[in-house]
Design a protein around this ligand. Sequence first.
Ligand code: OOG
Ligand code: NI
Length: 461
Amino acid sequence: MFSQWQLRAAFARRLSDMYGREVPAYTTLVDVSREVNEEVLRARGADAERLGSIGRVTAERHGAIRVGTPEELAQVARVFGALGMHPVGFYDLREAAASAIPVVSTAFRPVDGEELARNPFRVFTSMLTPADPRFFDTELRSRLESFLAGRELFPPELLALADRAEAVGELSDTDAERFLHLAVQAFELSPEPVDKAWYETLEKVSAVAADIGGVRSTHINHLTPRVLDIDALYRRMTERGIEMIDAIQGPPRWRGPDVLLRQTSFRALAESRAMRTPDGEVISGALRVRFGEVEARGIALTRQGRARYDALLARVDELAARDPQADRVDVARALWTAELPDTEHGLAAQGLAHFTYHVVPGRPTDGSRPPAGLDALLDQGWVRAEPIVYEDFLPRSAAGIFQSNLSDEGSRDNHRTGIAYDSAWLSGAIGREVLDPFDLYEEQQNRSLSQVTRELALDGL
Ligand code: OOG
Ligand code: NI
């Protein structure tokens, strides 16, 4: 039998093997990440594993896929539901960058601590927004919607197996094999010729729109290993002659703890794709869509910590605009150093980051009672704090990563008003609650505090 987490781990592994065959540069990225991780582990010892065991970090991947309609997204949710992955977070990419990115997104991932420790595989999943008049006029919208309505991304057999796995919590070996085969196949690049004129029509709006709505299937867009030193990785990939995007997205490297998420990617490579011309001829063409990304994960911030991060980002934008000669990274680092506590303890004390709290074994046995308050418990060694890893994504960084396959800005008519989408809309569209990541971290932290309260027989914390 295959339990849900075993299905998830097997799916992640097979998807990674498949993507390595399709995009060999991804394999280079995985190799260099492993090299860097081994070096960091040698240099920093146990400290390198503060945000996850080396076993977890080495196996850790996230993928990205893009679909066209709420119905397709609902089907994706069933496939990932089978793997114990739930929709978490709502990301609106439509305004997050100068380029036109007509999508809204969520991420499917395991939510409880034990499941994350077994295998934290997650997939950033974007849905096209044909109804947004800033990108698509009425005529293009209706052509696009009827094109999307006429395609099938996931065969009924796959969906039936997925529903069974989710309902029962496991699949027999034979069913698991069939499910994994069909699931990986659904994300392979299709050899079916691309309708050249249609693809190019959508490309004028956005390369992302063409990648989603210009073909009759979906595919994995990138897979992302986790690395312990993303600056070292960036340098090493560049030395190997691989063209990286301009910058590492997310927080700057600084002297304080790693927080949230830092990401970078190599530019999408030309892949040969069959194309059908308007007169019916099949020619060989090339499209630049798929790329490789890498990420370093840090501590999850609280709502308050995140508001601070967003405000700092805005300040960096402002300062960089005022002084175009300045290096953005230096500006960011200086600001962070001035504005944020640079220790885990400081982040915890100001309520900026999430931790789980644990009673330290072997505490005083002379009968003395524990002091009141979390600070004193920490100071006097009764309790220790372990950082909670950030398991989610960042909209602004995601928009930066989308740029890996955009060579021009596409078109967005900012004189029109867009339509509103939010987390509640997405929940309704897929018939499953889109979870709030902040709530999840807070619950995890609160559970650990209740445990401490019980173990030390305190009145409360
Ligand atoms: C998704 C880009 C966002 C991330 O890690 O932030 C993303 C895409 O290109 O489809 O994957
Ligand atoms: Ni990604």
